[in-house]
Design a protein around this ligand. Structure first.
Ligand code: SAM
Length: 280
């Protein structure tokens, strides 16, 4: 009987985030395909799991994919893991999943951490609609072309970023989207120095010009639909302020103004909160 492929999410920093089902799966499969078997070994040893590993990464994925699929067809079950988070999300896994699916092998998810989703959830940005952009290119021309394509993107945008590239990325984002655009820089999520900095692109650019970026980052950038010209924003906030002065709560005032002026509620709510504070 054919085995199964399990796509298993692992923690993005805090080992306490592994799920009981991930542990059970890693204990019960016949072998694990790991992006880096040394990282896999540390995880398995921490949880006292004994399971043979083979490596599966960007440069051996063609050959190893065939090999893994054949073993599964011969009845073994396999779990794929990466160094952190969910396989196939800016990580190896996509090809193996596609190959197994094409061969009629059952592919099951064992969900858990994903840096993109974790960052979105603490960003305070509109999470109703978002687009995942992964890593920007290290090549400036490709990076600026990628950003230019996003100039009129209305959805919240999610980027993965390495610390040594952050300054260049912030400079290019500021040039492309404008310094007023809001960004949440989510750093070292679930780890000791976890931090989320919510500011404008101009502020982020200035801050990291002075402070060396350290750790892993997810950047959450608001879509262009939310950015209002300063005067328009000021008018909307003045209307909210007038309603609050009339005795409405901040939430209700924002709701009424956003409906009357057809403007996104979340952005106005954040701006109103900054201007009038929680107690309004
Ligand atoms: N597959 C992974 C996932 O599900 O999130 C992502 C792998 S990708 C190669 C690694 C990138 O994810 C890092 O460069 C960083 O942008 C982001 N990342 C991973 N762990 C993170 C953390 N603890 N805090 C912030 N960003 C993190």
């Amino acid at each position: 009987m054919t085995g199964k492929l399990y796509v298993v999410a692992t923690p993005i920093g805090n080992l306490g985030d592994i799920s009981p089902r991930a542990l059970e799966t890693l204990r019960s499969v016949d072998f694990i395909a790991a992006e880096d078997t040394r990282v896999g070994a540390r995880l398995l040893s921490h949880f006292e799991i004994k399971c043979p590993q083979i490596s599966y990464f960007e440069h051996n994925r063609r050959m190893k994919g065939e090999y893994i699929a054949e073993r599964i067809e011969h009845g073994e079950s396999c779990a794929i893991i990466t160094d952190a988070g969910t396989p196939a999300i800016s990580d190896p896994g996509t090809d193996l999943v596609a190959l197994c699916a094409a061969r009629g092998i059952e592919v099951l998810t064992v969900p858990g951490c994903c840096a993109a989703v974790s960052a979105l959830s603490v960003s305070g940005m509109d999470c109703g609609r978002f687009t995942f952009e992964g890593f920007l290119s290290t090549n400036r021309k490709s990076r600026t072309e990628h950003l230019a394509e996003l100039k009129t993107e209305r959805r919240t945008m999610v980027f993965y970023e390495a610390p040594h590239k952050l300054r260049n990325t912030l400079r290019d984002m500021r040039e492309c989207f404008g310094g007023e655009r809001r960004i949440a820089l989510c750093r070292e999520l679930t780890k000791k120095f976890e931090e989320t900095r919510r500011c404008t692109l101009a502020e982020a650019d200035a801050y990291y010009a002075e402070t060396p970026p350290r750790g892993e980052f997810v950047l959450i950038v608001e879509g262009c639909g939310e950015a209002k010209p300063p005067q328009e924003n000021a008018d909307l906030l003045a209307e909210v302020g007038a309603l609050i002065a009339d005795g409405l709560s901040l939430t209700e005032a924002v709701r009424q103004v956003s409906r009357a002026r057809s403007t996104p509620k979340n952005a106005l709510y954040r701006a109103a909160l900054e201007r009038f504070g929680n107690e309004a």
